[in-house]
Ligand binder design. Sequence first.
Ligand code: COS
Length: 383
Amino acid sequence: MAVSHVIEDEQALIAAIREIAQERVAPRAAEIDHSGQFPWDMKELLAQQDILGMPFPEKYGGIGASELAIVMAIEELSRCCATTGLILAVQQLGSLPILLGGTEEQKQKYFPRLATGEWLAAFGLTEAGSGSDAAAMTTHAVRKGDTYILNGSKRFITNGGLAQVNSVFAQTDPSKGTRGISAFIVEKDFPGFSVGRIEDKMGIKGSQTAELIFNDCEVPAENLLGREGDGFKLAMMTLDRTRPGIGAQAVGIAQGALDLAVAYSKQRVQFNKPIAENQGIQFMLADMATQVEAARLMVYNAAEMIDQGNKSLSKYSAMAKMFASDAAISVTNDAIQVLGGYGYMKEYPAERMMRDAKITQIYEGTNQIQRLVIARALLTAQA
Ligand code: COS
């Protein structure tokens, strides 16, 4: 396990989360994957244990955890169940635009119930025609008196339809490009808000991914985040600070797959000896463990940069998410190989881990977008 600078109180919290994950989350993971139902019991568990309060400041009822502690928590949960780890990651993703751009009133109104887990949050950026090119969104908002009228739809929204609080991005002045995009807090009870298709996915099956539809949706003007035109920057600043969380989810999945491969290789006997005694298997395990550790260090480093307000965090956050998610695919693939035929069967969790790992290369910006972010930072850096 990597050296990390998490403070003593938080070390105890992470140790407690590890125990909870192993004892209460792990036994549910296969069933959550099989049923494809959102695990409300896991949400309740995270809420009761104050884990969902980690991303929120204490003054709003949260526990104001460091980003380092948050990524470590996501890692521990994802080591046992990636869907459960995602509940914490998305609670932060959907709320961070409010933390970064919201007024005191908005924070007071929304954070206490998000911190206790009574409400879930979601982040509505992606549309059917605008994924990597986030600025190409067509959802738009027009101000009429004290209300904005939203029209359009969002696609692939994690927690879509379950979240009471949705940070939604919409064009308010298309002639201004990215500077014409604004962010709004949209509650799921607002008139004109509805949920469209629910996606059937390859992995993270218990997490609900849905379409959000805005049909003359009425959003009070006081729910604008920041000023008109601040939305795109708020979205980018949010993703800079949440991509390490996805890296942490990837590290957790990879660690879970490594644990499984190590345990299996010691008990699986072929040619009259455990397969772990073969150098071919030992080298695979060593490579897997090294990838996990390198990914973990990058994720922790990016999280610490966020905690310190480091100005270069965009690049390091993109690197951490990209490297960790690629490592997760490689390590889960090798875990299946170590388990051989059993690895391919649903009886063992290795194949679920690989299916769950795949999304980490895609969401919160594909790894191609991460490369673009990294390259732009390199090429525009002042000498
Ligand atoms: N922090 C703050 N501001 C940022 C920023 C960041 N990380 N990245 C860009 N901006 C600002 C730029 O400085 C620019 O501001 P000005 O208008 O003041 O010059 C503005 O935003 C537009 O930036 P840019 O020209 O780089 O925008 P692009 O349209 O080229 O898009 C990418 C940039 C590709 C990085 C963006 O579209 C992106 O991140 N796409 C992936 C989206 C994503 O991750 N989706 C997943 C959704 S969550 S599952």
